[in-house]
Design a protein around this ligand. Structure first.
Ligand code: ATP
Length: 232
């Protein structure tokens, strides 16, 4: 007798968290990256590197779209509400977890338990002195840290960040990358700083000339391979 339904008997091999199969990606009619084949497993720490305009943001945005509900996504545009306080901007990371009325009360008069939750995060990111200042009064680097705090406050398993440390100094960059790594199981970042990519990530994906030119474990990567990505 033929077996018509094998799905219950056979356990399917686990799927990669992210997968692109011969997929071309871009914006509107414009193709940025062609015929991509890519798998990213749960738990990986991936850096996407390459020259400006190579297509790094395009790639990570495409990956984000595969599981938007599971991902804390930090884009290059901070998306802050300028007139609201740092506290309120960070709180927005969990806006969808509360009732409208609760959010409204917290907007008018910050709820103590929320302050208690947000304060340590603000402190870790050097924002404690500005917690109740409007975001618009902060420097660019401080605003970037507010956007990052809001993303971390989402408490998701996966972090995708587009240059999350582009406006902060070297010491802060290391601290922030360590924080991102410790808060998320799977991390995918675009980074301009190749040294930091090598130190904090276990896999490097290099983009050049509209394709993935390099995809390897950090430990197997030579400095000259990495440099070649930045040549014309
Ligand atoms: N929202 C968008 N709409 C239309 N085209 C876009 C958009 N974002 C990026 N592009 C185009 O896609 C191409 C790749 O840009 P992308 O931002 O992915 O590069 P990148 O490697 O992230 O650059 P950078 O390091 O400067 O951020 C560029 O030609 C850019 O003009």
């Amino acid at each position: 007798m033929p077996i018509t339904n094998t799905s219950a008997a056979i356990t399917p091999a686990s799927q990669p968290l992210f997968m692109l199969k011969s997929q071309s990606i871009g914006w509107g009619q414009k193709t940025v990256l062609e015929a991509l084949d890519l798998k990213i497993e749960e738990g990986e720490k991936v850096a996407v590197v390459g020259k400006s305009g190579a297509g790094k943001s395009t790639l990570i945005h495409t990956l984000y779209q595969q599981h938007p509900e599971k991902i804390a996504y930090c884009s290059q545009e901070y998306g802050l509400v300028p007139s609201l306080s740092v506290f309120h901007n960070i709180y927005m990371g969990q806006l969808d977890q509360h009732h409208f009325a609760y959010n409204l009360v917290n907007l008018l008069r910050p709820i103590k338990s929320q302050i208690t939750k947000i304060q340590p995060l603000a402190e870790t990111l050097g924002l404690q002195a500005h917690l109740f200042n409007p975001a618009e009064r902060l420097s660019g680097g401080q605003q970037q840290r507010v956007a990052l705090a809001r993303t971390l406050f989402q408490n998701k398993d996966i972090f995708i960040g587009d240059e999350p440390i582009s406006s902060v100094d070297e010491v802060q960059s290391e601290h922030i990358l360590a924080l991102i790594m410790s808060h998320h199981n799977t991390t995918i970042l675009t980074l301009h700083n190749a040294d930091l990519a090598l130190r904090f990530c276990s896999r490097i994906i290099g983009i050049r000339n509209g394709k993935i030119e390099l995809d390897c474990a950090t430990q197997d990567l030579s400095a000259s391979q990495l440099r070649s990505l930045y040549q014309d």
